[in-house]
Design a protein around this ligand. Structure first.
Ligand SMILES: NC(=O)c1ccc[n+]([C@@H]2O[C@H](COP(=O)([O-])OP(=O)(O)OC[C@H]3O[C@@H](n4cnc5c(N)ncnc54)[C@H](O)[C@@H]3O)[C@@H](O)[C@H]2O)c1
Length: 363
C-alpha cells in the first residue's frame, strides 16, 4: 500500500459529504477515491463537490471496484452492520459509523465477524476524539476527581428539519442513538453498563418510535449510576451535548465546547464555586478550531467537523492501517457503547422495566 489509504465513502447524505471533505483535509494519510449512493440527487451533489473520483449507485459495486482500501459507512443505521460485514468479507478496512449495530443479534454477528476478519474494523465514534473527552481523560489520569458516583449525560438536538418518517432520527427510538453520550462516559469509567431502565415521552409521529425525549438510568458493576437523556423532537439551538460527572473529590460539567471544574477543598470560598471555566472553542466561533487545554500533549488543532474530532478520528484510522497497528477503537468499545441503547429501547417499550445488558463476551 502507498502512503495514502484510498478511502471510499458509502452514503452521500450530510454525514457522508462531511467525511468526504475531511478525507480531503488529510492528504498526508488519505485520498478520497470513490463514493456511492442509490439516491440519484445525493449522488449528483457528491459528483459536483468531488470531481475526479469514482461514483456508484450501488455500494456493492463500489466494494467490488478495487478502488478503496478502506470505506466509511455513512448509510442509515439499519444497514451499518450489513455494509461493515460486506467490506470486511472483501478484505476492506472499515471505519464503521455509530451506532455500531441495530439489534442485539447484529451485535453477536458483528462481534464474530470482526474477530475473524483480516481487515480492520474501527468504531467511528468521533465524540471519543473531542477535545473535551481528552480533557476528561486527563482529569482521570491525574486522579483529580476520584471515584465517580453519579453521571448525567444528554444529547438534545432539535434539528429544525421537517419532521419526516424517513429521516433516521425519526425512524427509531432516540435512546438507541446513545453512542455520542455513552462513548466518552465509558472511556472515562473503564467499565461496562450492567442494567438499564428507560422511560419515553409521547411521540411526534405516532409511530411508537419518534419519542420527543427518552430518559434512561444505567448501572455499572461498581454501582455507579448514569442518567442519560436523548431528545430529538424538542427545540434547541443546535446540538446540545452535556455531561456532568459527580465524584468523591469534585464535579466536572461539560456543555458543548466548555467545561466547568469544581474541586473540593480548592475553591470552596469562591463566590461562583468554579475553579475553572475552560472553553474548547474560541469565543464567537462555533466550530472549528481546537484549543490548548492542559499541556502540550493535549493541544489539538482541528479545522472541520465536530470541532476537529472527525479529523483526528480519521487520521488515527488511516495511520493504524498504514502502520499495521491494532484498531484504535475496536468492536468491544463499539458494542459497549451501542448495546445499552438497544436494551433501553426494549425497556421503554415495557414502561421502564429493568433490563440486564448482555454483551457477546458476557459469560
Ligand atoms: N458521528 C456523527 O457525528 C454522526 C453525525 C450525523 C450522522 N451520523 C450517522 O451517519 C449516518 C448517516 O447520516 P446522514 O445524516 O448522512 O443520514 P441520511 O439518511 O441523511 O443520509 C444517508 C444516505 O445514505 C444513502 N443510502 C441508503 N442506502 C445506501 C446504500 N446501500 N449505499 C449507499 N448509500 C445509501 C441514502 O440515500 C442517503 O443519501 C447515520 O446512520 C447516523 O447514524 C453520525
Amino acid at each position: 500500500m502507498s502512503k495514502q489509504v484510498r478511502i471510499g465513502i458509502l452514503g452521500c447524505g450530510p454525514r457522508g459529504m462531511q467525511m468526504a471533505y475531511i478525507t480531503n483535509l488529510l492528504p498526508e494519510c488519505c485520498v478520497l477515491t470513490a463514493m456511492s449512493d442509490p439516491d440519484e440527487a445525493a449522488l449528483q451533489k457528491a459528483k459536483e463537490a468531488f470531481p475526479g473520483i469514482a461514483f456508484y449507485a450501488s455500494s456493492d459495486a463500489l466494494l467490488d471496484s478495487g478502488k478503496a482500501d478502506a470505506v466509511i459507512t455513512e448509510v442509515p443505521p439499519a444497514i451499518h452492520t450489513e455494509y461493515v460485514v460486506k467490506a470486511l468479507d472483501r478484505g476492506i478496512h472499515v471505519l464503521g459509523e455509530i451506532p455500531a449495530v441495530d439489534s442485539i443479534e447484529e451485535g453477536e454477528y458483528l462481534w464474530e465477524k470482526v474477530n475473524s476478519a483480516k481487515a480492520m474494523y474501527m468504531c467511528g465514534s468521533n465524540p471519543n476524539y473531542r477535545a473535551k473527552t481528552l480533557f476528561l481523560m486527563k482529569l482521570k489520569e491525574m486522579d483529580l476527581l476520584g471515584k465517580p458516583a453519579y453521571i448525567e449525560t444528554e444529547y438534545v438536538h432539535g434539528t429544525g428539519n421537517k419532521v419526516s418518517r424517513e429521516n433516521w432520527r425519526n425512524a427509531y427510538e432516540s435512546c438507541r442513538y446513545c453512542t455520542h453520550s455513552l462513548g466518552p462516559v465509558l472511556q472515562y469509567l473503564g467499565e461496562e453498563f450492567k442494567a438499564v431502565s428507560c422511560m419515553s415521552t409521547y411521540d411526534r409521529l405516532d409511530n411508537g418510535r419518534a419519542h420527543n425525549a427518552m430518559a434512561c438510568l444505567l448501572h455499572t458493576e461498581s454501582n455507579i449510576v448514569v442518567r442519560f437523556l436523548t431528545a430529538f423532537g424538542l427545540p434547541t439551538y443546535g446540538p446540545q451535548h452535556t455531561t456532568k460527572i459527580m465524584a468523591e473529590k469534585g464535579i466536572v460539567t461539560l456543555y458543548n465546547q466548555k467545561a466547568d471544574l469544581y474541586l473540593k477543598g480548592l475553591n470552596e470560598f469562591s463566590s461562583t464555586n468554579k475553579l475553572l471555566e475552560i472553553p474548547f472553542t474560541p469565543e464567537g466561533s462555533s466550530r472549528p478550531m481546537g484549543l490548548k487545554i492542559i499541556d502540550e500533549s493535549t493541544f489539538r488543532l482541528g479545522n472541520y467537523g465536530h470541532n476537529g474530532s472527525d479529523n483526528y478520528m480519521l487520521k488515527d484510522f488511516a495511520e493504524a492501517i498504514l502502520n499495521n497497528k491494532p484498531s484504535p477503537l475496536g468492536i468491544k468499545e463499539a458494542l459497549a457503547m451501542t448495546l445499552p441503547g438497544i436494551y433501553a429501547a426494549l425497556s421503554a417499550r415495557e414502561g421502564g422495566a429493568l433490563k440486564e445488558i448482555r454483551y457477546p463476551w458476557s459469560k
